[in-house]
Design a protein around this ligand. Structure first.
Ligand code: 76R
Length: 254
């Protein structure tokens, strides 16, 4: 058997996609709508507050197109935290105007391809690399930026099977992949979270950027890189934009 890379896990992630029942929303009495907005805002403000305490992060996004209207992204230290957040939302007056169209559970991960030394002894690597790795495990959600989410797997085909490659071959491919990624430093922030054992795909990819064209460009450029062209398999893509809880009423008013 070939060697699996070592991995270190950080925060768990829940991507909660909701569509709004616009007919029910329009038909609801003013008072009920106000209550839904207030409870929705309160729910989000409380969830976002954890970022100050460094115990996770949450963000709300509007999603374009038919697949969903809203996306809640939550990062938390434990899977149980995410479970209670999901139920807490279901108990708000806003939830009854929404339907969960899809969702995604994953855990942030750094693998041995990034740094072998870190796995030997986290204190042995330089401060910059340590900060970089820790940042990947406890990601912050940037303000006022576009988000792109999609699930992906590495191919297990007859000709191209990622899981049959030696560690060295995979590490070389990931290093080349990293080179492409580095060209987008400062423009794209990515969160790679493993969903092996949680979902049908193997990773959830979340990209943040202030220019949606950069998102399109990085995904396109990576398609030509062997790590993706030979070994990448992709699920559905979602695109949206973050907005503050205070704007929930304006969003729902159209
Ligand atoms: O972190 C590093 O710099 C080390 C190199 C690196 C690893 C190991 C890296 C760099 N990634 C790694 C792992 Mn990545 N990444 C994706 C996607 O659309 C596609 O084709 C792929 C989706 C993007 C856009 C992206 C961006 N990466 C992974 C893994 C896990 C593989 C495994 O463990 O087997 C996946 C699934 C994945 C997918 N990657 C980078 C980026 C960017 C922007 C970088 C460099 C930026 C940076 O250094 O932070």
């Amino acid at each position: 058997m070939v060697e699996a890379p070592q991995t270190e896990e950080g925060w768990f992630a829940l991507h909660d996609f909701r569509s709004i029942d616009w007919d029910a929303w329009r038909d609801a009495p003013e008072r009920e709508r106000e209550r839904a907005i207030e409870e929705g805002k309160r729910f989000l403000r409380h969830r976002e507050q954890v970022a100050d305490a460094d115990e996770g992060d949450s963000g709300l996004f509007s999603v374009l197109g038919h697949k969903a209207d809203l996306l809640f992204v939550h990062f938390r230290p434990a899977l149980d935290d995410l479970s209670s957040i999901e139920r807490r939302f279901e108990n708000t007056a806003l939830a009854k105007f929404t339907e969960q169209t899809t969702s995604y559970v994953s855990v942030t991960e750094v693998s041995g391809y990034v740094s072998d030394e870190y796995f030997e002894d986290p204190e042995s690597v330089d401060a910059g690399l340590k900060r970089y790795i820790e940042g990947k495990l406890t990601p912050e959600i940037p303000d006022d930026e576009y988000v792109c989410f999609y699930p992906m797997s590495k191919r297990r085909g007859e000709e191209y099977n990622w899981y049959d490659l030696s560690f060295e071959d995979r590490a070389d491919l990931m290093a080349d992949h990293g080179e492409v990624g580095k060209e987008y430093a400062g423009k794209i922030k990515q969160v790679i979270a493993s969903s092996v054992g949680f979902e049908g795909h193997e990773w959830g990819v979340t990209l943040f950027g202030s220019d949606p064209t950069d998102i399109k460009d990085i995904v396109y450029e990576m398609r030509f890189d062997p790590a993706s062209s030979r070994y990448g398999e992709f699920g559905e893509f979602y695109i949206g934009r973050r907005f503050p809880p205070a704007d929930l009423g304006a969003y729902l008013a159209g």
